[in-house]
Design a protein around this ligand. Structure first.
Ligand code: ZN
Ligand code: ZN
Ligand code: FE
Length: 741
C-alpha cells in the first residue's frame, strides 16, 4: 500500500538525508526506486524504508536488483507516474489524524486550531474519494481552492503535505458549523463552546464524523444516556464510548499491550475491553465488556480538550436499522429529533463508512466489523479471483469484488432487510466496480431464494452461482490464511440455509473450495416462529425442553417455566407439533439462546446475540467442568440440557453453569473434530462463524485443538461473523469457475 499514504515523499526525504541520488516512481505493481550510492549507504537506505515506512503504508516485499555501475543521476527526484493504468487501484482507508498534525495545530499560523488539518500520513481517504487516480479533483475536496500557502506545501517535495490531496487550512478549507435551535454558528471557537456546554449539561449532540454522522452524549451521565436510548429507540444494545485519551481509558478498563497497540493505531477501531470502573450504567448494562475507542479526527481532540468530559457515547447517526446518515440535509432533518444540536461541516462524505469494531484474542486482532480504517484495503490471495462479485450474507452484509488475485471487501453495509440498506448496497457496489475498474462476469449469492442479495444477483443478468452459507464461512477463513487443501471446518453461528432446507448453524464440514461434506452437526431441534426465535430466546428454550422432556417439561421446577405465559407456550407447542412456521435448526446461536433463557437470562433479546453475550460475560474463572453430551453421527446436547435444568433446580450459581456450558461446547467440538480427523486423515481445522466471536469459546477451542496436535486456523483479516462471508463466496466461486473451464 503505497498510494496516498505519503510513501514517495517519505522515500524522497530519506534519500535526501543520506545524499542518495536516483528516482522514485509509482507503477502498477508498486513503487520502483532507482538509486546510486555505495553499498553501506544502500543498506541503510533499504533498512530505513522497511523500518520507518509511513504508518498507513504496507510493504509486501522489497526486491533488489543491481542494474549497473554507471553514474546517471544528479539528484533524487519523484517521477510523475507515466503508466498509471486501470491496474493501479490501491486506495488507502481513512487515517486518524497524526501527532505531527496535532502539534501543527498549535504551531502553524495558518492552521491554529484548524479542525481539518491533515498530511500525507493522515486524514480522510476512502470516505472522500470519488474516482482514481487519487487526486484532489476526484475527491469531495474538489470545490475548495488551495490558498497560496497550502499550494506551496502541496508542491514542495520536502514538505509533509507534498501531494496530500485534502490539504487545507483556516484560510481555504472546510469548516464546521453548529445548528442549535433556530441558529447556525460558524465561528469555530463558538461551535466548540456551544457543543461543550450542551454535552456537559447532559444534552445530546449529533456530530458529522469521517464516514457518517454520529450522536454523542456524556458517557458518565446516566440521564443523558437513558434519554439517548429513548430518542434513538435503542433499548439495550451496548453503546461505544470514545475516551479523551489512553490514560483516561485505562482508568475505566483493563488494556493489554496488544489492545493498546490496536486502539492507538491509525485505524482507531472500537475495541472491546474489560471494564473495571463504571460509566453510566445504561451504556452497556449487564456486560463486562465496553466498546472503547480514541479520538481520530482533530475535532474530537478539540471537543475533549475544551471540556471536562472524559468519555462520550458515540453511536451511529441513523434511524433504526437504516444505514448511517452521511448527507447534511437528512442529518439536519432526521437527527434533530434525536439530538439537541447538530454539528456539521461543509465537505461531503462520499463513501459511507461506519466505525470498525474489534477485540484482541491471544494477542491477535479479531474483527467484528471491518469498516473505517480497514476498507478498502485489499486482501491478497494466492489464487486468481478476477471478475467475480460476491453479494455476501444477509446480516452484517459486506460484498466482495475480485480483481486479479485480490479480494476487495466493501465497508460494513448492514442487515440487508430493508430498501434503504439495499440502496446503500447497490450504490456501493456500483462505486466499487467503477473505483476498482472491475466489471464482474459472475455474481454469487447465498442459497436462500428470498434474500434481497439473491434477488439482486438473479436480476443482474450475470452468471449466478449460489453458495451455502457455512461453506462460505469456512472458505473465508481458509482464503485469508492462504490455504488450499481439504480442511475440517467448524462453522458455528446463528442461521444459514442448509442444502436440506433446514436452518444450519452448528456445522462440521470436511471441505475444500469446490465442495463440502457435512460430517456432523448439532442435532436438529424445532425453531418455532422461524426468525422470531432469534429475537425471543424463550421460544428456543421451550423448543429444547419440549424436545427433550416431552409435555412434562411444563412441570419442571425452575423459574423459567414458572414465568412462562401458559397461553403463548401452548400455542408454541402446537406450532411445533403441527410444524407450522417451525423449521428444524442445528444452530449453535439458538442453543446459546435456549440455555441462557433456561437459566433465566434474557428471555427476550433486543439485539442479536444479546443472550449469548450476557451469558459469556458471566463465566466463572477457573472452572473446567463440563456437562455430558453425545457425539455420534451428530452432536446431541440432550444430556447437557437436562444437566443444566438440574443445576438450575439445585441453585448452582449462574457463573458456574455458564462456565460448564461453554466448556461443554469446547469439549464437544474437540471430540467431534478428532473423530472426523481420524476418519478423513485431515489435521487442519478452520474455525468460523459468529459464535467464535465469543472470546472464551474461541480461545478455549483453539487451545484444546492445538493440544491435540491439530493445526488451527482462525480469522484475523476479516470478521468470523457474517461480515466475512462475502470473501468465502468469492473464493468458492473462483474455484468452481476454474473447475468448469
Ligand atoms: Zn498528519
Ligand atoms: Zn490553505
Ligand atoms: Fe453466519
Amino acid at each position: 500500500m503505497v498510494q496516498g499514504v505519503g510513501f514517495r515523499p517519505f522515500v524522497y526525504r530519506i534519500a535526501s538525508n543520506l545524499g542518495i541520488k536516483g528516482t522514485i516512481e509509482n507503477r502498477n505493481d508498486g513503487v520502483i526506486i532507482e538509486m546510486e550510492g555505495n553499498d553501506s549507504l544502500v543498506e541503510v537506505f533499504v533498512s530505513t524504508i522497511k523500518k520507518d515506512a509511513p504508518p498507513a503504508s504496507a510493504i509486501d516485499s522489497v526486491e533488489i536488483e543491481i542494474i549497473g555501475k554507471k553514474i546517471r543521476f544528479d539528484d533524487f527526484s519523484i517521477i510523475k507516474s507515466t503508466n498509471i493504468s486501470d491496474s493501479i487501484t490501491e486506495i488507502s482507508p481513512d487515517i486518524a489524524v497524526c501527532d505531527d498534525c496535532l502539534a501543527d495545530m498549535t504551531l502553524q499560523p495558518h492552521r491554529i486550531s484548524y479542525p481539518f488539518i491533515n498530511c500525507t500520513n493522515c486524514g480522510p481517504r476512502f470516505s472522500i474519494i470519488r474516482d482514481l487516480p487519487y487526486d484532489r479533483s476526484k475527491t469531495t475536496m474538489d470545490n475548495f481552492v488551495m490558498c497560496e500557502t497550502c499550494h506551496h506545501e502541496y508542491t514542495d517535495v520536502a514538505d509533509r503535505r507534498f501531494h496530500a490531496q485534502p490539504v487545507a487550512c483556516n484560510n481555504c478549507g472546510p469548516m464546521y458549523s453548529i445548528h442549535y435551535k433556530e441558529t447556525i454558528t460558524n465561528n469555530h471557537a463558538e461551535v466548540l463552546q456551544l457543543a461543550n456546554g450542551l454535552l456537559n449539561n447532559g444534552k445530546i449532540v449529533a456530530i458529522k464524523g469521517m464516514g457518517g454522522y454520529f450522536i454523542a452524549c456524556d458517557a458518565a451521565n446516566e440521564d443523558a444516556v437513558i434519554r439517548l436510548r429513548k430518542q434513538k429507540k435503542r433499548d439495550a444494545k451496548p453503546f461505544a464510548v470514545m475516551f479523551c485519551d489512553i490514560k483516561t481509558l485505562k482508568k475505566y478498563t483493563v488494556v493489554s499491550d496488544a489492545e493498546e497497540k490496536l486502539i492507538c493505531s491509525w485505524r482507531r477501531p472500537i475495541v472491546l475491553l474489560e471494564q473495571t470502573t463504571p460509566l453510566a450504567t445504561s451504556v452497556n448494562y449487564q456486560l463486562d465488556k465496553l466498546g472503547a475507542f480514541l479520538p481520530y479526527m482533530p475535532f474530537h481532540y478539540q471537543l475533549f480538550a475544551s471540556s471536562k468530559l472524559e468519555a462520550l457515547v458515540m453511536t451511529s447517526g441513523n434511524i433504526s436499522d437504516e444505514p448511517i446518515i452521511i448527507d447534511d440535509a437528512p442529518a439536519l432533518e432526521k437527527l434533530s429529533s434525536i439530538a439537541d444540536a447538530v454539528i456539521t461541516y461543509n465537505r461531503d462524505i462520499y463513501n459511507r463508512c461506519d466505525d470498525s469494531v474489534a477485540f484482541v484474542s491471544n494477542g491477535k486482532t479479531q474483527l467484528i466489523r471491518r469498516s473505517r480504517g480497514y476498507v478498502p484495503a485489499q486482501i491478497n490471495l494466492p489464487f486468481d479471483v478476477d471478475s467475480i462479485f460476491a453479494t455476501g450474507a444477509e446480516l452484517k452484509n459486506t460484498f466482495c469484488l475480485g480483481k486479479n488475485n485480490k479480494a476487495i471487501i466493501s465497508q460494513h453495509i448492514g442487515d440487508l432487510k430493508n430498501a434503504e440498506t439495499l440502496d446503500f448496497f447497490a450504490e456501493s457496489a456500483e462505486r466499487f466496480k467503477k473505483l476498482f475498474r472491475c466489471q464482474p462476469r459472475t455474481i454469487i449469492s447465498d442459497l436462500h431464494p428470498d434474500y434481497l442479495s439473491t434477488k439482486y444477483a438473479r436480476e443482474s443478468g450475470l452468471r449466478h452461482i449460489q453458495v451455502q452459507h457455512h461453506h462460505a464461512h469456512i472458505a473465508s477463513c481458509m482464503a485469508e490464511n492462504g490455504i488450499n487443501e481439504k480442511v475440517i471446518g467448524v462453522s458455528l453461528d446463528g442461521v444459514g440455509l442448509g442444502t436440506d432446507g433446514a436452518v444450519w448453524g452448528g456445522e462440521f464440514l470436511v471441505c475444500d473450495y469446490t465442495s463440502f461434506e457435512r460430517s456432523s452437526h448439532f442435532n436438529y431441534v424445532p425453531m418455532p416462529g422461524g426468525d422470531k426465535a432469534s429475537k425471543e430466546p424463550w421460544r428456543m428454550a421451550v423448543a429444547y425442553l419440549y424436545h427433550y422432556f416431552g409435555k412434562d417439561f411444563l412441570k419442571l421446577d425452575i423459574p423459567f417455566i414458572k414465568n412462562l405465559e401458559l397461553q403463548k407456550t401452548k400455542l408454541l407447542m402446537q406450532a411445533i407439533d403441527s410444524k407450522i412456521n417451525t423449521p428444524l435448526t442445528s444452530s449453535c446461536g439458538r442453543l446459546f439462546d435456549a440455555v441462557a433463557a433456561i437459566c433465566g437470562i434474557c428471555e427476550k433479546q433486543i439485539y442479536e446475540a444479546q443472550a449469548a453475550m450476557q451469558f459469556e460475560s458471566m463465566i466463572a474463572e477457573n472452572c473446567s467442568e463440563f456437562y455430558s453430551f453425545e457425539s455420534i453421527s451428530t452432536l446431541s446436547f440432550e444430556n447437557t440440557i437436562k444437566d443444566i435444568v438440574r443445576d438450575v433446580q439445585l441453585f448452582v450459581p449462574l457463573e458456574i453453569i455458564a462456565a460448564r456450558f461453554h466448556n461443554t461446547l469446547v469439549a464437544a467440538i474437540v471430540e467431534t473434530v478428532l473423530k472426523i480427523s481420524k476418519q478423513h486423515n485431515i489435521n487442519i481445522v478452520a474455525l468460523s462463524g459468529g459464535c467464535f466471536q465469543n472470546r472464551y469459546l474461541l480461545e478455549h477451542t483453539v487451545d484444546a485443538l492445538s493440544r491435540k496436535q491439530l493445526k488451527v486456523m482462525i480469522h484475523e483479516k476479516v470478521p468470523a461473523n457474517d461480515g466475512g462471508v462475502s470473501l468465502g463466496q468469492l473464493t468458492i466461486a473462483s474455484f468452481l469457475i476454474k473447475g468448469k473451464k
